[in-house]
Design a protein around this ligand. Structure first.
Ligand SMILES: [Mg+2]
Length: 384
């Protein structure tokens, strides 16, 4: 079997997505997805380069093809290349599963769990709606809840002041814990918008036990900065959704900086790289809490990963009683993982168990999504 063609589909399905199809000369094909949101056309360009040497290759030699994509052109790695590698690597796993007649989790060591537990997200502003959302989720069996941070003027005015945000967020998360009691898991995503000092102050404004994880308080280019922050609070961190290789995870795992691995299968280098990071995390008693804000192919790939590893906490879900964003619209993904409340069922179909309607997608207009470009009140640019 040989790779015959690689096609890309930049589409807007609730959000911008880049779907990738790898076709073989035997009629089998695989679906992949890139996770570098809002940079879909850059990833598409890399895939055009990869296509030149991938056509004619055996799609079952996934490990060697991963190495060829990462290492064969001198300028190794980086987020754009890794996102392209991720999409192709996922598609190759889909092909291999179909070729062997087994679900992808069988290629990764087999199923260790019957279903994949999910966490829900609420975008409720810091205020009474947050408490109402939490009650709604708990009533429907969702006991792992992630919140967003306070940003009242971010969308309408593109204004964001971290000190205002940490005051309101700490105040309302403290009320949230008092409201729900000690049992539910509560986390907050700060989307790397804080400095070390701001993140430390935020944690120190809440009583111990208020939150179970703090996601991405600061940017991650400098592990030393995170190591410094690690000494200033005992709140567990959840870091890694932007990491584009095992090497980016290295200091965070080995130095005990992160307590959950927010791995993104569509950014880190696909299932091949994810399994290596997962094993490394297992050795350090770190559970995976995968990033999954994309489409149905990302979700399917991540469910197979989650099924096959021992060290797993919860998978991000953007379909819950508090969210229905349509990223996995069944009109575009007629076959996809089935959700049962706060659980995703592990598919047993050969391959990923997901199908994309490329004919329908070909009629859709793609639009480049623009970032928010947040500014502080003084006009300076801040992290978005
Ligand atoms: Mg996040």
């Amino acid at each position: 079997m040989k790779i015959r063609d690689i096609k890309t589909f930049p589409v807007v399905i609730g959000r911008s997505q880049l779907i990738v199809k790898v076709e073989t000369d035997e009629g089998l094909y695989g679906w992949g997805e890139s996770g570098l949101s809002s940079r879909e056309l850059a990833v598409e360009g890399v895939i055009r380069h990869f296509r030149e040497f991938l056509i004619g290759q055996d799609p079952l030699n996934i490990g060697a093809l991963w190495q060829a994509m990462y290492r064969s052109n001198y300028f190794e790695g980086g987020r754009v290349l890794a996102a392209a590698i991720s999409a192709i690597d996922i598609a190759l796993h889909d092909i291999k599963g179909k070729a062997l007649g087994v679900p992808v989790h069988q290629l990764l060591g087999g199923k260790q769990r019957e279903y994949v537990p999910l966490f829900a997200h609420t975008q409720a502003p810091m205020g009474p709606q947050l408490l109402a959302d939490a009650r709604l989720l708990l009533d429907q069996g969702w006991n792992v809840i992630r919140t967003w941070h306070d940003e009242p003027d971010a969308v309408t005015q593109r204004r964001y002041e971290p000190r205002e945000s940490i005051a309101a967020t700490a105040t309302w998360l403290t009320k949230l814990r008092a409201e729900v009691g000690p049992a539910p898991v509560i986390g907050v995503d700060y989307h790397h918008r804080l400095s070390v000092a701001e993140a430390a102050s935020f944690c120190q404004r809440m009583p111990p036990g208020t939150i179970d994880f703090l996601e991405e308080p600061i940017r991650d280019e400098t592990p030393e900065a995170y190591a410094s922050l690690r000494t200033m609070t005992d709140v567990p961190f959840a870091i890694g959704e932007e990491f584009a290789s095992k090497w980016q995870f290295l200091p965070y795992i080995e130095r005990g900086i992160t307590q959950f691995a927010r791995i993104d299968v569509c950014n880190v280098g696909g299932l091949t790289e994810s399994m290596k990071v997962a094993g490394w995390c297992e050795a350090h008693y770190i559970d995976l809490m995968p990033h999954n804000p994309l489409g149905a192919i990302c979700t399917a790939a991540t469910v197979h990963l989650a099924a096959a590893v021992a060290n797993f906490a919860w998978l991000e879900s953007r379909t819950s009683p508090t969210e229905a964003l349509g990223f996995a619209d069944p009109a575009f993904f007629p076959v996809q993982c089935q959700q049962d409340g706060p659980r995703l069922i592990v598919p047993d179909l050969p391959g990923l168990g997901v199908e994309f309607d490329e004919e329908r997608a070909s009629h859709e207009e793609f639009a480049i999504s623009r970032a928010n470009h947040l500014r502080r009140p003084d006009g300076s640019i801040t992290n978005s």
